[in-house]
Ligand binder design. Sequence first.
Ligand code: BJW
Ligand code: ZN
Length: 243
Amino acid sequence: MTPIPDDLIRHLQQVRHLVIFTGAGVSAESGIPTFRDAQTGLWAKYRPEQLASPEGFHADPQTVWDWYAWRREKCLAAEPNAAHLAIAELERRLPRVTLITQNVDGLHQRAGSSAPLELHGNIHHLKCFACRRDGGDWPDDVRTIPRCRCGGRMRPAVVWFGESLPETVLGAAAEASQHTDLFLSIGTSSLVYPAAELPFLAKRHGAFVVEINPQPTPLSARADLCLQGAAGEVMAALLATNT
Ligand code: BJW
Ligand code: ZN
């Protein structure tokens, strides 16, 4: 089992407000490819940045819709892994935990996390591309893109490049990051802003910042501690120190 350094064990024992910030790497062990993994099969000829953008949807709505329908199916078929489960368990054990996720897959909720702050939305919901009206849950087995009552096309309720993050969610995430004493950044490349700013914000406000990732990222040099490993293994080991 991954050894957990003593100073992290001490911080976890004394923590008043833990913030956990997650990215695609947390769902990798559930079989969901990360955003920067090479695309395979039908989708190999597209770059994710091309498909996850208003310009991409405007140019070819059906291709973008089909990509999201395919990814949504993968999310539904996946199961939460040891990292999701450990994060949900920490929420039950510790006095105050805020979970901030960039993931759109809904696996944190399925693992039992009560109210993750979803910075980049949720793939299981729709909104109107034209008027932004809530479009409810993604219907099963729909290949034709549903229309809104304004006539606009429905799209996944996720945040694409060049779009603003939901203001209240980002505000709550920033607020928590400024008032945490222990901040765990897990499974994110720390490349996509403004989300990537949060660990730096926490650090500036005095938090002990820990990165969990098999690969170094732009955060690594500024984090107080980097645990190089898979999220499921490291989080299971961390949980075992807090029984
Ligand atoms: C493991 C593991 C294991 C593997 N265990 N770990 C400031 C500076 C520069 C640019 C900008 C800036 N401010 C805004 C921008 C522009 C842009 C941006 O950041 N671009 C950069 C790429 C340069 N940001 C935006 O456009 C944002 N909007 C915005 O800021 O609006 C105002 C504005 C607009 C324009 C200009 C200026 C201001 C919106 C960002 C929306 C991001 N949306 C996506 C798609 C969501 C829907 C979907 O899923 O399709 O969100 S993009 C994609 O990246 C997705 C992710 O949530 C997000 C982050 O990715 P994440 O989670 O970090 O995954 P990966 O794949 O990058 O990394 C996986 C990591 O896991 C790796 O490190 C692995 O090592 C690790 N790993 N296995 C642990 N087992
Ligand atoms: Zn509409």
